[in-house]
Design a protein around this ligand. Structure first.
Ligand code: DGL
Length: 286
């Protein structure tokens, strides 16, 4: 048993979809979330820059004595094999859990992946899926306009702007006959109603954040690292830019009523005890 928090990070808000899932699976666990809002987006940057940012994000979470780190960012996860050995606690990204779920879900062995440009360029999903089952054909598509649409609240299926954007990105995937589509970026589940409508009921949508939350829960159980106390888990939120606005946007991702309270962290000096003590607040309920 281990009562230390679980650390989750993302380039911004998207990882909150994984927080929501993890909190509903493991309601006793304390979660420390870091969103690198000062440097989002990661998905358009070079591998070197993304890796450097990820290592700083992880160092911040380790300073909070986390027992495990979850990279709830598709873009960071696409490079995780190049730095996971440097993380001194159990670590997971979203690629392996989402790929496993897709490999199980597909019947015709044609799987689509939508994600940021950096993730698609890495071909990490293709490699992972074909390692799991060499017969799987993988169709990859980057969707660079999805993150700004989500960040700006363009989510309504009746709104032609996100709907037509999605139609355009998804056309090649529809034509390829996939029966399973990985939402390889943690922002994309917020567009799920639109994506599901366009792809139709015959295509299973795999939410990378959700799958990773289940994987994390299983891993903590296997390693004997679950919280041993009877308590209500709390979430502490940290960001690297303005806290105003994050709470409101976070409510959208967390699906709760209460505004989560958020603290600013200066990544350059996080090691110098400048963040103050953690503010413990209950996680918004699903
Ligand atoms: N969180 C990122 C991901 O899941 C999307 C946003 C970004 O480009 O940083 O890939």
């Amino acid at each position: 048993m281990d009562n230390r928090p679980i650390g989750i990070f993302d380039s911004g808000l998207g990882g909150l979809t994984a927080v929501r899932e993890l909190h509903s699976l493991l309601p006793r666990e304390e979660i420390v979330y870091f969103g690198d809002t000062g440097r989002v987006p990661y998905g358009t940057r070079s591998p070197e820059t993304i890796r450097k940012y990820a290592q700083q994000d992880i160092a911040f979470l380790l300073s909070k004595h986390v027992k495990m780190v979850l990279a709830a960012c598709g873009t960071v996860s696409s490079l995780a094999d190049t730095f996971r050995h440097t993380v001194p606690v159990p670590f997971t990204g979203v690629v392996e859990p989402a790929s496993r779920a897709a490999a199980q879900a597909t019947r015709n062995r044609r799987v689509g992946v939508i994600a940021t440009t950096a993730t698609i360029r890495s071909h990490c999903y293709r490699q992972t899926l074909q390692r799991l089952d060499p017969a799987i054909q993988v169709v990859e598509q980057d969707c660079p306009l999805f993150v700004p649409l989500v960040e700006n609240g363009f989510l309504d299926p009746g709104d032609p702007i996100p709907y037509m954007t999605a139609q355009r990105y998804l056309r090649p995937l529809q034509e390829s006959g996939i029966d399973t589509l990985i939402l390889g970026c943690t922002h994309y589940p917020l567009l799920r109603p639109i994506l599901a409508d366009i792809m139709g009921a015959g295509v299973a949508l795999i939410d990378s954040g959700q799958e990773t939350a289940s994987f994390t829960s299983m891993l903590l159980q296997q390693e004997g690292l679950l919280c041993g106390e009877e308590r209500d888990g709390t979430c502490s939120f940290f960001v690297s830019d303005r806290v105003e606005g994050f709470s409101q946007a976070a409510r959208l991702f967390l699906g709760g009523e209460a505004d989560p309270r958020v603290q600013y962290v200066d990544l350059d000096s996080f090691g110098k005890e400048t963040t103050g003590c953690l503010e413990e607040i209950p996680c918004p309920k699903n």
